[in-house]
Design a protein. Structure first.
Length: 240
């Protein structure tokens, strides 16, 4: 019936169905679009979620209708952050940025961060990959961030941006001392310390950084005071 252009007949037939099912009603959405009734198509789609239907598929259809109507801002606000999920945070960002080229990339990332309260640290790698280094450091210090990820960032930026490397290494030490991280070893602690000291020496702030590290180590909350045990032999752990 859809192929034959018998749109209203198709809609009438769908109304006779004993149960709401997106598998069937998606054809009703297509019929309304073909009739030029995109606004009604969105409302129809929203009302088409049956007991066993995937809400995300319906939201994707609604987003596509709004986009095809030029309603980019409405589509973005209602659906962009939820229906364009990728396997990683960076993939999610890229999916949205590609679909909404008119949106400022910084705003997209900030909206994504805001959509995951309490998990801001998980966006560190995304901000770093996009070259938003000040934002990346803010995220790294704001909420727990994987120390291994921070160590890799400190290593990669040690020469090209020692200030960023220092911030990443210090954030790593902070979260290590807070007990964060998966399968943490002494090497992870040593790496954070070494990168922090090397960056500090490049920036000519080694004395101040060592004092900051001592404060972090003296406040160690890691299991068995692991960080203090590893770094104690390198530091004069007097109270600063």
């Amino acid at each position: 019936m859809l192929a034959a252009g018998r749109y209203q007949e198709l809609l009438n037939l769908l109304e006779l169905a004993p149960h709401i099912s997106w598998y069937e009603r998606k054809y009703g959405v297509q019929a309304l679009i073909a009739m030029g009734k995109k606004g009604k198509a969105v409302k129809y789609a929203k009302a088409s979620c049956g007991l066993n239907d995937n809400r995300a598929r319906i939201d994707m259809a609604c987003e596509e209708i709004l986009l095809s109507s030029g309603l980019y801002e409405e589509a973005y606000k209602q659906y962009a952050l939820t229906v364009n999920q990728g396997q990683t945070n960076l993939a999610t960002f890229r999916n949205i940025a590609k679909k909404y080229p008119m949106k400022d990339k910084v705003q997209i990332l900030e909206d994504l961060i805001e959509s995951t309260p309490g998990e801001e640290g998980k966006w560190f790698a995304t901000a770093k990959s996009l070259g938003m280094l000040p934002l990346a450091l803010k995220l790294a210090h704001q909420n727990p961030c994987d120390p291994k990820t921070l160590n890799r960032a400190a290593r990669d930026y040690l020469e090209k941006d020692p200030k960023f490397a220092l911030g990443a290494a210090m954030a790593s030490l902070h979260w290590l001392a807070e007990g964060w991280g998966y399968e943490i070893t002494g090497m992870d602690v040593h790496s954070a310390y070494d990168y922090a000291i090397k960056a500090a020496e490049t920036l000519d702030v080694a004395d101040q950084v060592k004092e900051d590290i001592i404060r972090i180590v003296n406040a160690d909350k890691s299991p068995g005071m692991f960080v203090k045990d590893i770094l104690g032999r390198h530091l004069d752990l007097r109270e600063i």
